[in-house]
Ligand binder design. Structure first.
Ligand SMILES: Cc1cc2nc3c(=O)[nH]c(=O)nc-3n(C[C@H](O)[C@H](O)[C@H](O)COP(=O)(O)OP(=O)(O)OC[C@H]3O[C@@H](n4cnc5c(N)ncnc54)[C@H](O)[C@@H]3O)c2cc1C
Ligand code: SF4
Length: 477
């Protein structure tokens, strides 16, 4: 009888792929985790306890069949593992790299809860699909029939691309419009290469293009083409434009030179990594080299900014966050990585003003945690008289993002939005108040995660296919 490859969590310890040393990581923008070796991937997959009711799967937004692909990996049946993995996830190797697994699949692994350390689900998911790419198992999309209906997608981020993939496989003519010059959305221009290398995203964009998805890039909808023009060209439309309006800092001096938005800073850095000419980087405006950098915020965007500044050669990098470490929204794994790379965290610290123009220091108000608010979260409150100056030549605002006012920008009063400005859409289908118009990803949820955008894109594509079939049936009557 074959040897049982699973349930090894008692005898085999949890192990992650090797992480590069902090000093080496500081020198470049390459990913910090190596790939599992084949034997290690098998060994780590074999730790899965094959639960009858797998909580990892129910807490994965895509409901990936995790226990199945872990078992197949442990048995060395990698191609089958890949086939199962890609049935539910459009970009498994991307999620394996950047999902906050501690809050999703791995955080709900039963063996983690019994104190044995979670199965390294994300790293195995990455390994399976990276291997599939290397082995040539990832194929160009070839629809078995071509259909006449066409769908326009505004936004080439993970939401738009996941929908494009499903629709194109069904033979629909798909055109994706984006105001950037490359596809991928925040996976390309927001998230830095040390979390997600850019060729990993670009090969997915190429795969879609080779499969017949048309990309119309450098096209800012509402400026270069009107929403109505696009709507008139297609049988259905999907809005997947994400959220890009940065929350601002207030206080005296907030308009000084040297205070910049995180999205501009990260986009410039990612462009430099592509080898693009970026005047704002060359001029020093969006470049941390030789500067004392202060980043304001405690989310994943702030973590990406501090670690980018380290790699650009900042002389010091400080992160200010108004709550404490336990109450920050960013991933603890990323905070630990940032600390290893030399970032200093000032918890319970809020900027209340800025010195100089160009900026030379941030006035920092020290805070304490007060009574819990309506959500149960302790609100930070200022400690009287506790203000100090933090020297800074570059201040990066990473306070989160809000939606742009699409109904006004696109002159579409019928497009209903919530009181937060996100598009009102049915959660399971993405259907908006306008006939044949759907919306997915951050523009519906507010700033969220890649994996949720993929889920929305896939669900909405299924709903669009139903809509197109119904419309065709009615036309035929
Ligand atoms: C710095 C940073 C780090 C992040 N790190 C992580 C992480 O580690 N893990 C994770 O899961 N998530 C992370 N996220 C969140 C994640 O990137 C987003 O939730 C996800 O990309 C949303 O996908 P989307 O398709 O809705 O929108 P986006 O990825 O934002 O894509 C929207 C696209 O629409 C285009 N667009 C917008 N308006 C127009 C217009 N008028 N005309 C034409 N095109 C338009 C944009 O150019 C863009 O390409 C991070 C976000 C940021 C900002
Ligand atoms: S998609 Fe994300 S949450 Fe789901 S299994 Fe993969 S890493 Fe975990």
């Amino acid at each position: 009888m074959a040897k049982q490859p699973m349930l090894k969590f008692v005898t085999v310890e949890r192990d992650m792929p090797e992480k590069r040393g902090a000093e080496a990581r500081r020198q470049d923008f390459h990913e910090i985790y190596a790939e599992f070796a084949d034997a290690k991937a098998k060994e780590q997959s074999g730790r899965c306890s094959q639960c009858g009711v797998p909580y990892c799967q129910s807490h994965c937004p895509l409901h990936n069949n995790i226990p199945d692909w872990l078992r197949l990996t442990a048995e060395g049946r990698l191609k089958e593992a890949y086939e199962i993995s890609q049935l539910t996830n459009t970009f498994p190797e991307i999620c394996g790299r950047i999902c906050p697994q501690d809050r999703l699949c791995e955080g709900n692994c039963v063996i983690e809860q019994s104190g044995h350390g979670t199965v390294t689900i994300g790293a195995v998911e990455k390994y399976i699909t990276d291997t599939a790419w290397d082995e040539g198992w990832v194929e160009v999309i070839k629809p078995s029939v071509e259909r006449v209906e066409s769908v326009g997608i505004i936004g080439a981020g993970p939401g738009g691309l996941a929908a494009a993939d499903v629709l194109r496989r069904a033979g629909i003519q798909v055109t994706v419009y984006d105001r950037y010059d490359r596809g991928g959305g925040l996976m390309t221009y927001g998230i830095p290469g040390f979390k997600l290398e850019k060729d990993v995203v670009m090969r997915r964009v190429d795969q879609l293009e080779q499969g017949g998805v048309k990309f119309v890039l450098n096209c800012n909808v509402g400026v270069d083409l009107s929403f109505d023009e696009i709507r008139s060209k297609h049988n259905a439309l999907l809005i997947a434009t994400g959220v890009y309006k940065s929350r601002d800092l207030e206080g005296p001096g907030a308009g000084a030179k040297g205070i910049v938005r995180a999205i501009d800073y990260l986009t410039a850095s990612n462009r430099v990594c592509f080898g693009d000419a970026v005047p704002e980087y060359e001029s020093g405006e969006l470049n941390a080299d030789g500067k004392r950098v202060v980043v304001v915020g405690g989310g994943d965007t702030a973590m990406d900014c501090v670690r980018t500044a380290i790699r650009q050669g900042a002389t010091s990098v400080t992160c200010l966050y108004r709550r404490d470490r336990d109450n920050m929204p960013g991933s603890q794994r990323e905070v630990a990585n940032a600390e290893e790379e030399g970032v200093k965290f000032e918890w319970l610290s809020a900027p209340v003003g800025f010195v100089g123009d160009p900026v030379s220091a941030v006035k920092v108000q020290k805070m304490r945690l007060g009574a819990p608010d309506a959500t149960g979260r302790q609100s930070p409150e200022p400690i009287e008289g506790a203000i100090e100056n933090a020297p800074a030549d570059l201040v990066i605002k990473a306070l989160g993002f809000e939606p742009e006012d699409l109904p006004s920008l696109w002159n579409q009063k019928e497009l209903e939005v919530t009181r937060w400005g996100t598009i009102k859409a049915e959660f399971t289908t993405g259907q908006t108040a306008m006939e044949g118009v759907y919306a997915v990803g951050d523009i519906v949820r507010g700033a969220s995660l890649v994996v949720w955008a993929i889920r929305d894109g896939r669900d909405s594509a299924a709903a669009i296919l139903d809509y197109l079939s119904t419309a065709q049936a009615v036309a035929a009557e």
